[in-house]
Design a protein around this ligand. Structure first.
Ligand SMILES: Nc1nc2c(ncn2[C@@H]2O[C@H](COP(=O)(O)OP(=O)(O)OP(=O)(O)O)[C@@H](O)[C@H]2O)c(=O)[nH]1
Length: 421
């Protein structure tokens, strides 16, 4: 808990708030439907990919199953080519299935959408091949298979309208070119005439389906993008609140001049440790510390220099709080306190003496002191807490000992006059 750490924590809020501002402005400008700025877009794509592998893969697998189930048509209409047609169908389905099982484990997961588009297009071309192989009028049945193919493209690619549009347009144009270029039956039967007459309407309905599907997938993608931004915003707001809570807690327990704990924190900690030591039946030591002749130090060197002197002494004190439960706090003005759980009076006195010598050893000049340098006096008290007692009694004993140290010449430590153990 130092002043520099307070400063550093303050700096971390800025990037968080920048991100919140960017996301908020994206929502306000209603831009969440379009592509995001580069970095955010790649994060969104990574998120989409995770969604893809957890949700969309199941849709795709069911689509492949339907594709295989439609193989009954190969046996119903394929005649002598039935086995070949069905084998090719199963081969394609197995190939695609293996590919989508392998993809998430491979380093190529980010290409999943392209693989999916290519897979749907491959199934589609296999149906075109079926049409060219199966005799008419049975071949017309396979023309109807284009509609489930289109519906599957919509389902599988619903959250990526660009992919959905490209795949659908490619299938529609390929189909148009196929029926124009494929040699027609000769002579024409009644069914052929009917089918040829229906072809433009079929293409028209398909086109309308593509337009509606594109609109639908655009809406779905926009919604998914907006939700993504809103969820990110919620997470960032939660981080921000958590951070502010931490900061508030830190500010309310830190002394702004020295960066060590303040009196409030010391008293809370003392109350906690008092109860803990009471339960564990172990001693708790308190060191009350006061900088000697500090008024004359201020008078001699000025208030700012006085502040600097307090900072240096506080830093030295905190070096003496080595264990996790030890706390060093500024108690007020030029007065400090050190709390040492599980420490006897003798151990507390030893540490106090070390600290007293260490501060004198810093040789901070103090022309008006009999020691010619800044020094401290310390009152030490320790006791094993007893039920019914209050920690204030311990503080009082340390304070009385400090008073004695002052009276007996300063730059020294004094232990409490009566020990209980
Ligand atoms: N520079 C500075 N001075 C402070 C601060 N807080 C308290 N003081 C000064 O510390 C001085 C304490 O003086 P006194 O209580 O008279 O005690 P002393 O001069 O240290 O004398 P003894 O305690 O008897 O050794 C006062 O002059 C306060 O103004 C602070 O944050 N910064």
């Amino acid at each position: 808990m130092t002043s520099s750490s307070v400063q550093r924590e303050g700096d971390t809020l800025q990037p968080l708030e920048n991100q919140i501002n960017v996301l908020t402005s994206l929502i306000e400008r209603r831009k969440a439907g379009g592509r995001f700025p580069t970095k955010l877009e790649s994060e969104y794509q990574a998120y989409r990919l995770r969604q893809f592998f957890s949700v969309d893969l199941r849709v795709i697998m069911s689509g492949l199953l339907v594709f295989v189930v439609f193989g009954w048509a190969d046996f119903s209409f394929g005649g002598p080519d039935a086995v070949t047609l069905f084998s090719v169908r199963v081969l394609i389905a197995v190939l695609l299935l293996l590919l989508i099982i392998w993809l998430p484990r491979s380093g190529y997961a980010r290409y999943s959408i392209y693989v999916l588009v290519s897979g749907i297009y491959l199934c589609f071309t296999s149906v075109l091949w079926n049409i060219s192989v199966v005799d008419l009028p049975w071949g017309y049945f396979y023309h109807l298979g284009m509609i489930p193919m289109q519906v599957f493209a919509l389902l599988g690619l619903r959250s990526n309208y660009r992919a959905m549009l490209s795949c659908s347009v490619a299938m529609l144009l390929s189909y148009g070119a196929f029926i124009v270029l494929m040699p027609g039956p000769d002579p024409l039967s009644e069914v052929d005439v009917l089918a040829i007459g229906m072809a433009p309407y079929y293409l028209l309905f398909w086109t309308i389906l593509v337009i509606m599907a594109s609109y639908l997938s655009y809406t779905i993608e926009s919604g998914a993008r907006t939700d993504y931004i809103k969820n990110r915003l919620l997470a960032l707001e939660a981080d921000r609140l958590q951070y502010l809570g931490r900061r508030l807690q830190q500010l309310s327990t830190t002394d702004s001049l020295t960066g060590i704990a303040n009196r409030r924190y010391a008293e809370t900690h003392l109350a906690d440790e008092w109860r803990r030591c009471l339960r564990s039946n172990v001693p708790l030591a308190v060191l009350m510390i006061d900088v000697d002749l500090f008024k004359s130090y201020n008078d001699q060197y000025g208030h700012q220099q006085g502040d600097e002197c307090l900072r240096k002494i506080a830093q030295k004190m905190s070096e003496f709080c080595r264990r996790p439960g030890d706390v060093c706090a500024r108690y007020g003005g030029e007065e400090f306190v050190i709390l040492l759980p599980e420490t006897t009076l003798d151990q507390g006195c030893d540490l106090a003496q070390e600290l007293c010598d260490a501060v004198a050893g810093m040789n901070i000049p103090h022309a008006q002191s009999p020691f010619s340098r800044a020094t401290i006096s310390i009152g030490v008290a320790a006791e094993i807490p007893r039920a019914g007692d209050h920690y204030e009694g311990l503080l009082k004993k340390a304070d009385i000992a400090l008073y004695q140290a002052k009276n007996e010449g300063r730059n020294q430590i004094k232990r409490q006059s009566v020990t209980d153990y």
